[in-house]
Design a protein around this ligand. Structure first.
Ligand SMILES: C[S@@+](CC[C@H](N)C(=O)[O-])C[C@H]1O[C@@H](n2cnc3c(N)ncnc32)[C@H](O)[C@@H]1O
Length: 279
């Protein structure tokens, strides 16, 4: 079977998707009911191709019979698209906020929720270093993809990606170069992991796991895009509770949720950079 052919010819009905997500929920406690069905179907079809399965019921059987299969499946189902210095306008603003808004604080607690392969975490590490923010910092970076977080911990990315990342970095700081943070070895850019020495990577499911509290900055960018409005509303409340007073909540450019943000809980600090402040 040709891969392209199979991807195009497979379709999944609502009933099939429901029986699959119910099986995952029952067997592993992972709840997909908040995900947009259209994009979830696309990702399930992609995973059929990756795992060389011909139909949803084969996936259903594999999930029920093979307990450890859920980990590679979750790695495939999560869309890890990310980039260093993605949306440079945010990082310029972040540099300014670290110097103004947080300069009086004695320490800083950051949460990268849905960190994928860590590009955002390294970006923040570079921004902190270039802002000369020298107070104690603790950070958590969480995701449902262990595979992505293994890449994050290693700080190793394909050197070809550096073309885009350098361009983004230049928009943030035209006076320097991203090159000073990595060395290239056999087409792999190996980043200086001291940039993220304050970061703990942990598996955490935003839909089902409890939220830790007392963060000063929470970034949850391009993750909620996959959730329905009901789930987004619940998450905003939970993120609000997880922040210190005056703390910042940063979402992605396409999370586009202004009508959903409760104006009694968050004030818009910067609409272009999608930064909200806990009231
Ligand atoms: C598009 S990436 C975003 C990465 C980064 N935040 C950025 O904007 O560059 C989305 C990430 O969300 C993660 N994700 C999806 N559903 C999640 C959930 N329920 N809990 C935690 N992370 C989730 C995926 O595994 C993926 O790594």
């Amino acid at each position: 079977m040709e891969p392209e052919q199979s991807l195009e010819s497979i379709s999944i009905s609502d009933e099939e998707l429901k029986s699959l997500t119910d099986a995952i929920h029952q067997r592993h406690g992972i709840d997909f009911s908040c995900y947009e069905p259209k994009s979830l179907k696309r990702r399930v079809i992609r995973s059929l191709h990756i795992f060389k399965l011909n139909a949803v019921h084969e996936l259903w059987i594999k999930i029920l019979k093979d307990r450890s299969f859920i980990y590679p499946f979750m790695d495939e189902i999560s869309v890890g698209l990310t980039a260093m210095f993605r949306d440079p306008v945010l990082w310029k603003k972040m540099r300014q906020l670290l110097n103004d808004h947080f300069s009086a604080k004695s320490s800083l607690s950051i949460w990268h929720a849905g960190c994928s392969s860590g590009e955002e975490v390294y970006t923040m590490g570079i921004v902190l270093r270039e802002s000369n923010f020298n107070k104690p910092i603790s950070a958590r970076a969480t995701d449902i993809s262990n595979q992505a977080m293994t890449i994050a911990r290693s700080g190793e990315y394909h050197a070809l990606k550096m073309i885009e990342y350098e361009k983004n970095y230049q928009a943030f700081n035209p006076l320097s170069t991203l090159k000073k943070y990595y060395t290239v070895n056999n087409d792999i850019a190996v980043f200086d992991t001291s940039l993220i020495q304050h970061v703990n990577f942990e598996y955490h499911n935003l839909i089902t796991d409890p939220f830790a509290k007392k963060h000063d900055i929470i970034l949850c960018r391009n993750v909620m895009i996959y959730f329905d409005n009901n789930a987004k509303l619940k998450l905003f409340d939970k993120f609000h509770e997880a922040l210190n007073p005056g703390g910042l909540f940063i979402i992605g450019f396409y999370d586009a949720v202004l009508p959903l943000v409760d104006a009694s809980k968050f004030k818009v600090l910067d609409m272009d950079a999608k930064i909200f402040q806990k009231i």
